[in-house]
Write a protein of this length. Structure first.
Length: 77
């Protein structure tokens, strides 16, 4: 099954982990603005960054975004 990316769930995952966007940026050695861009859905995390974020905050990579099943693909099968 194919999926579309929905909203970024990074803010929720950060709250669950008790970490802040600033902490995450410092941990990953990137600018906090980039983390806020992900949170505000202004940019999509590259896979390499998503893997690092998931590792840093202790979640599954798939939990960083809403995953929406592609209805066209589901109906076709």
């Amino acid at each position: 099954m194919k999926f579309e990316l929905g909203l970024c769930m990074l803010k929720e995952r950060l709250m669950e982990s008790g970490k802040s966007p600033e902490w995450l940026a410092k941990d990953l050695l990137i600018k906090p603005e980039r983390i806020y861009d992900f949170i505000e859905n202004k940019r999509v995390m590259p896979l390499k960054v998503a893997i690092s974020i998931a590792d840093s905050i202790g979640c599954d990579v798939g939990a960083l975004y809403e995953l929406i099943p592609n209805e066209y693909e589901a109906k076709r099968n």
